[in-house]
Design a binder for this molecule. Structure first.
Ligand code: RIB
Ligand code: CA
Length: 308
């Protein structure tokens, strides 16, 4: 089976952590780099967390490169992160031995996409991808495909209009959405179908592995946030949907779209429009529409069980 080469661009983040571990556990994918970006927490923390996660997965072969500390226009507006102060649920970690790569995220991404066809899985703000396009315009035709967790067809999660990854850097998201590379968006209306419940967390703890215990522990504060915010403890695995689609392209129903991002607007900055009209049905840009949660949760449980 031909493996898909992937770079994971990420702001870990506890749902990023599940997505990264899912990617590292899946033989369908060859993870050739993890690149950090500021988002859920600052760049120092997201970079440290990426190093922690490749070490937890016992994959020191996967390089980690530091990306942008702030969005294209302005300073980061970090909320009190629902991912904990350190971004991974505030567990106790040993200092990872995995070093930061000597290249920055964009230069490592460019080196890798010039070596062989590579897909970028973008599960944080899109600042690094916008910088890749501006620093190396030829990246638009070199990148095999981009799969993005971002946007919302109906209702945002930071404002009624905007989903966090887009809200954090709307200018970057607009540049990425305007690029001609093939891409797929996983917006909130899709990701809210991808849930792990307390039985799944108990199953992970029952694996009695470092990954099982740590993932269940880091998701606990996230479950409390979901209980307060959505009225139940089912945790939404936003970012894992982007990796899940690459593992099994048949698992998520998709539609051709044209995507635009609002960068102005007093109340609409960071909004995304997914134009599903018939003229876009054959577009190389698609949007995730539906997935089956039982199938999704069983893949997460099975793949995370692969770590010793
Ligand atoms: O809106 C969900 C997105 O914002 C996810 O990527 C999550 O990690 C947060 O960054
Ligand atoms: Ca994320």
């Amino acid at each position: 089976m031909a493996r898909t080469r992937v770079i994971v661009d990420t702001d870990p983040g506890v749902d990023d952590a599940v997505a990264i571990l899912l990617a590292l556990a899946s033989e369908e994918l060859e993870v050739v780099a993890i690149t950090s970006v500021a988002g859920n927490v600052g760049i120092d923390a997201t970079t440290l967390n990426a190093r922690r996660l490749v070490e937890l997965a016992q994959r020191p072969d996967v390089p980690v490169a530091r990306g942008s500390a702030r969005p294209l226009n302005g300073d980061p507006q970090l909320e009190v992160s629902v991912h904990g102060a350190d971004g991974l649920g505030d567990l106790v970690w040993d200092e990872p031995q995995v070093p930061e790569h000597e290249l920055d995220a964009v230069d490592l991404q460019y080196r890798l996409i010039t070596e062989a066809p590579t897909t970028i899985v973008a599960i944080g703000p899109l600042t690094n991808l916008a910088n890749l396009l501006s620093r190396y315009p030829q990246a638009e035709s070199l990148v095999e495909r981009v799969v993005i967790m971002g946007g919302a067809s109906f209702e945002g999660n930071v404002t009624p209009a905007a989903e966090f990854n887009i809200w954090f850097d709307p200018e970057a998201a607009a540049a990425v959405a305007a690029a001609r590379w093939p891409m797929t968006f996983m917006p909130l209306d899709l990701t809210h179908q991808a849930l792990l419940n307390d039985e799944d967390l108990a199953h992970l703890r029952g694996l009695d592995t470092a990954v099982g215990h740590r993932v269940a522990a880091m998701l606990e504060p996230y479950a409390l946030f979901h209980d307060e915010w959505y009225g139940n403890r089912d945790v939404i695995m936003h970012d894992a949907t982007a990796v899940y689609e690459l593992i099994d392209p048949t698992a998520i129903e998709k539609q051709g779209v044209a995507v635009t991002v609002e960068t102005g607007g007093e109340h609409s900055r960071g909004a995304t429009w997914f134009d599903r009209r018939r003229a876009n049905s054959n577009s190389t840009t698609t949007v995730g529409v539906t997935l089956d949660n039982d199938r999704f949760a069983s893949v997460i449980r099975e793949r995370l069980a692969r770590f010793a």
